[in-house]
Design a protein. Structure first.
Length: 334
């Protein structure tokens, strides 16, 4: 009989826990009903211990495979990672951008305050004029520059969406900041540097390396997939024929018979019919600046492609654009 595997599925309606055995899948428990779960992490050597980040609430831990949960850290938790070399070391990232670490499995925490110096260090290094200033006119309060740590939607605060701890050197940390770029530390968080050069839109979703390698890294972002031999030397695009440019998560599957692992990347796109209608509307708007701003605000709020229903507000904006155009069309036919 195959060993039982427990799968924790974080959703925007809580956590679902499944038991997998002999090809059968059984829902064994649910938790945090109605809550948005942005992050989860399990302990390698103690798999019954799992951490779940609940947005706008805190970090929770189970020590008995989801039978019981208790809060171990307050905050708007957006990411959590367990050191692959030491189950006692846990990192938690929040919105706004703060990084916390526990050395005792989540019982006590300290903030890694050195990260807060990175925006100023980056500005001093690159200058105030570095980087694109995308969407600033349409979205007051949103600055799209390296280590600015802002977000298109109010309250315009960035967050740490993912963390990568290198399994062969736990001193090497990478933070994916949405929006703001990639932060790197080679000394376990004592010092930090920006390693975002080459990425033109700093909506970073994930950074990782080839398993057990220090010479091949990858980044999934909202406008491209990137690779490099060394993040300190900049990134180059690596879509290699992909028809989409929105990338979110990536994992590696171990090779079946040796050789290189298989990379699986999660991507998404705007529904084709809606994309065509948006394109047509943009072409027809012409010099109507008010309508363009109206449409742009809807696109910004739903830039991240998710479920088709998430585009309802864009459809509403398009309907509003149609209504704005209707009077002038009517006047022209009189």
């Amino acid at each position: 009989m195959a060993d039982r595997v427990r799968v924790y599925a974080g959703t925007h309606e809580g956590v679902l826990v499944f038991s997998l055995r002999d090809g059968a899948c059984e829902l064994v428990s649910e938790a945090f009903s109605g809550a948005i779960i942005d992050s989860e992490a399990a302990c390698l050597r103690r798999p019954e211990r799992v951490f779940v980040g609940v947005t706008c609430d805190g970090l929770y831990r189970t020590d008995d495979a989801a039978r019981h949960w208790r809060k171990v850290l307050d905050g708007d938790i957006r990411s959590v990672a367990v050191d692959p070399t030491d189950d006692r070391v846990v990192y938690a990232g929040t919105e706004p951008v703060h990084l916390h670490r526990s050395e005792d499995g989540g019982d006590t925490w300290e903030e890694i305050t050195s990260l807060q110096r990175l925006p100023e260090d980056t500005r001093r290094k690159l200058g105030d004029g570095d980087g694109p200033s995308i969407l600033n006119n349409q979205t007051p309060g949103f600055r799209h520059r390296r280590q600015e740590w802002t977000f298109p939607r109010p309250p315009h605060k960035g967050h740490i969406i993912q963390m990568f701890i290198h399994p062969d050197d736990p001193n090497l940390l990478y933070l994916s900041i949405e929006h703001g770029g990639i932060a790197r530390s080679a000394d376990r968080g004592r010092t930090w540097e920006d390693v975002s050069e080459g990425i033109d839109y700093l909506d970073i979703h994930a950074v990782t390396s080839l398993p057990h390698r220090f010479d091949r890294f990858f980044v999934a972002s909202a406008r491209g997939f990137y690779t490099t031999e060394d993040p300190r030397n900049g990134w180059t695009r690596a879509e290699n024929g992909c028809t989409r440019n929105y990338f979110h998560d990536l994992v590696f599957l171990p090779p079946a018979n040796g050789g290189d692992p298989t990379m699986v990347v999660a991507t998404a796109d705007v529904p084709a019919t809606l994309q065509a209608r948006i394109g047509a509307a943009l072409c027809e708007l012409g010099g109507d600046a008010g309508s363009r701003r109206l449409l742009a605000s809807g696109l910004i709020r739903r830039f991240t492609p998710i479920d088709d229903r998430a585009y309802d507000d864009i459809r509403q904006k398009l309907a509003a654009v149609d209504q704005r155009r209707a009077p002038s069309n009517s006047a022209g036919t009189r």
